[in-house]
Design a protein around this ligand. Structure first.
Ligand code: FMN
Length: 510
């Protein structure tokens, strides 16, 4: 539908004889998915929502030609019941802060000139005047932590790869994004691919690598296309390739495709998959920074982690580290989904509370129902409940609450959701996605699923509940990689918060 809207807008602008003065551009995602497709008219920032292809004629005739806003397409903010024409005044955007998503929705992602016009590649220019250690120190000082799930300090990871001497090193961007309901990385790559290319070059310079690889799932064709365009355009401008910006630094990027296996997002499995082997994890150490792609020092970072890097050099580590909490700096992008009014992609400063996210940004629970829980961290995470609503969201707080930040999936549940069934949903996913290499994960997730199915169908016993707890603890302790080690989390956290619901399902509970 969006393509049709673009075509119709172009057609009517042409018919109005305004093609020379009015441009129609396709951008990346604005984040407000619930209200899409969105058309924004600049320079007056009019924000039209749920636009249909047939609305293009009226938008052109009224707004573009006569300068009159089309009231019926303007967003009505439920907080004020006002028609709002500027995203800055919408409840959905008010508490957001766009750092990683800074260019999404603002630039044509297929035109490097637009990225450059918004300070694109200025960070790389600055970095190339610094020493490698200075670059690493700036990232450390910013306090950036990996957005792919683990929250490992990025500067420290770069330092490990930098200090490991080798004739060849690699930079890998992890764009596998396999969590159900997650689309953060996809939106960044579709909306601002140049920022990832620039960040990977900065990382390459810092650690001493001349080759970058993006591992991306083949199910993301638009992200792939835009990344390919960004890489080609950067090469044409001398921003990738030999002697970048006339310096001795050379760096280029290749794209590698994944086939949509969740486990291939785990960095060692990802590296094996890129080498043409089975996508199975191996034990760490050695970490990729020591022995990664073809056994060479390799720095693996997530897409969103990379998206933050140029900003650190544009605005400074001090600016960046002022955002967020003491140990979690900057912002986090979340894919807000489930039983919430404003489904969409949001970016918020770390330290914001769940209540602010769910009620102020998310607009509350759908159909006026009661909030029950929110699953953060996807299949590896856990559920947070009413009592956690005022907890500031950061890496450490979420872990302390029995969940985790993960890569940014946030699925909201209402009073009608059955929590053992929610746990079963996630376990079915991990069972299906287990690579089968280690027994605790291969067999353990299968057994957990069987027990959960019995419980959900009302056929479980108290003994089954005990086995569920025991087996979950055993899998956590013994599985080979993060997939298995975290697979029982949805069971354990729902058991902890909603044991009464499990008991109500069990046959022999008195
Ligand atoms: N990291 C990602 O960036 N994207 C993924 O899709 C992803 N999937 C993962 C799946 C599993 C089962 C596990 C255990 C880990 C996954 N990770 C994923 C984390 C990576 O192993 C790795 O820690 C991350 O890419 C490092 O980047 P960061 O430091 O920038 O977060």
């Amino acid at each position: 539908r969006s393509h049709e809207i673009v075509e119709n807008l172009k057609l009517h602008i042409k018919e109005a004889g305004m093609s020379d003065t009015v441009q129609v551009l396709t951008t990346g995602c604005f984040g407000f998915c619930e209200k899409g497709p969105i058309v924004k008219i600049l320079p007056d920032n009019t924000f039209y929502v749920q636009v249909k292809p047939e609305d293009a004629k009226e938008i052109v005739a009224e707004h573009v030609v006569k300068g009159r806003k089309v009231e019926r397409l303007l967003y009505v903010d439920p907080a004020t019941t006002d028609c709002v024409s500027d995203s800055k005044h919408m409840e959905f955007y008010k508490k957001q802060m766009r750092v990683a998503l800074r260019n999404c929705g603002f630039i044509d992602p297929e035109n490097i000139d637009e990225y450059i016009a918004r300070d694109g590649y200025a960070a790389l220019g600055t970095v190339l005047t610094m020493t490698q250690q200075e670059v690493i120190d700036e990232v450390k000082k910013a306090g950036l932590r990996g957005r792919g799930g683990g929250g490992f300090p990025t500067g420290l990871k770069w330092e490990f790869a930098y200090k490991n001497q080798s004739d060849q090193k690699y930079v890998v961007c992890n764009a596998d994004e396999g969590d159900p309901g997650a689309f953060m990385d996809r939106s960044i790559l579709e909306g601002d691919p140049n920022s990832i290319v620039e960040a990977m070059a900065i990382c390459g310079y810092a650690i001493g690598a001349n080759k970058g690889l993006v591992y991306i799932r083949a199910e993301y064709p638009l992200a792939v296309k835009r990344l390919e365009i960004a890489i080609d355009q950067a090469r044409n401008y001398g921003l990738l390739g030999e002697n970048i910006l006339g310096t001795a630094f050379s760096f280029d990027i290749e794209i590698k495709f994944g086939a949509g296996a969740f486990v291939c997002g785990e960095e060692t499995a990802l590296i094996h998959s890129m080498e043409g082997m089975r996508g199975e994890p191996t034990t760490k150490p050695p970490f990729p920074a020591e022995s990664g792609y073809w056994n060479k020092p390799t720095n693996v970072n997530n897409v969103e982690t990379f998206a933050n890097v140029p900003v650190i050099f544009l605005k400074g580590a001090d600016w960046f580290s002022k955002i967020g909490t003491e140990k979690s700096k900057g912002t986090k992008v979340f894919a807000l989904a489930g039983k919430i009014n404003n489904v969409g992609l949001i970016e918020v400063p770390m330290g914001i509370t769940l209540r602010e996210v769910i009620y102020d940004i998310g607009g509350g629970i759908k159909d006026g129902k009661k909030f029950k829980a929110v699953q953060t961290g996807g299949p590896s995470g856990g559920c947070l409940t009413e009592k956690d609503l005022d907890t500031p969201i950061d890496f450490d707080n979420l872990i302390a609450k029995g969940s985790m930040m993960g890569s940014g999936g946030m699925i909201v549940m209402d009073e009608t959701d059955c929590m053992p069934a929610v746990a079963k949903f996630y376990l079915e996913f991990t069972e299906e996605e287990s690579c089968g290499k280690c027994t605790p994960c291969r067999v353990g997730t299968k057994r957990l699923c069987e027990i959960l199915t019995k419980i959900v169908e009302g056929k479980g016993t108290m003994e089954d509940l005990d086995t569920l707890k025991e087996l979950s603890a055993a899998i956590k302790d013994t599985a080979l990689c993060g997939l298995g080690q975290t697979a029982p989390n949805p069971v354990l956290s729902t058991l902890e918060a909603f044991e009464d619901e499990y008991l109500a399902h069990v046959r022999d509970h008195k």
